[in-house]
Design a protein around this ligand. Structure first.
Ligand code: GCU
Ligand code: CA
Length: 137
């Protein structure tokens, strides 16, 4: 199953502002973090069972430099994805990451490691099949 978690959703946090000035986002806005190292967007995501999940991060980076980050799952840094320039702030792209989740509630945090902060973050989509009793389609 795939579930979308909007950056402006009630279970997400954004170290910055929820903006809507660059078109093409899903829902009512996107997270524009402060342009500072450590600025984060955090999502609380559910998994039906422990196991691997894919996390699709929809982002836009209209700057010319990539925006590096740490991916922190349940408090542990598991990857260091970098969000490349997408050419324009309304140029939304999805980057797919693979993580292990616990059964139940998990925190998935992107935390900037560069002074530019994160790219603008629209949502994450989490795909888990661990709870399925049917073969994948
Ligand atoms: C611009 C843009 C913001 C973006 C920011 C940045 O101000 O409008 O949406 O977050 O640049 O460089 O991070
Ligand atoms: Ca920003």
């Amino acid at each position: 199953a795939t579930t979308r978690y909007e950056a402006e959703g009630s279970s997400a946090t954004c170290d910055g502002t929820i903006d809507s000035n660059h078109s093409g986002f899903s829902g009512s806005g996107f997270c524009n973090t402060d342009n500072a190292s450590g600025a984060s967007a955090q999502f609380t995501v559910d998994a039906p069972a422990a196991g691997e999940a894919t996390v699709g991060v929809r982002f836009a980076n209209g700057g010319s430099d990539a925006r590096p980050s740490n991916l922190v799952v349940n408090g542990a840094t598991v990857q260091a994805p970098s969000f490349e320039s997408t050419g324009a702030w309304n140029g939304w792209v999805t980057k797919t990451l693979t993580v292990r989740l616990n059964a139940g509630s998990n925190t998935v945090r992107l935390s900037a490691t560069g002074s530019g902060g994160l790219a603008n973050i629209d949502y994450v989509e989490v795909t888990t099949d661990g709870g399925s009793t049917e073969p994948p389609t």
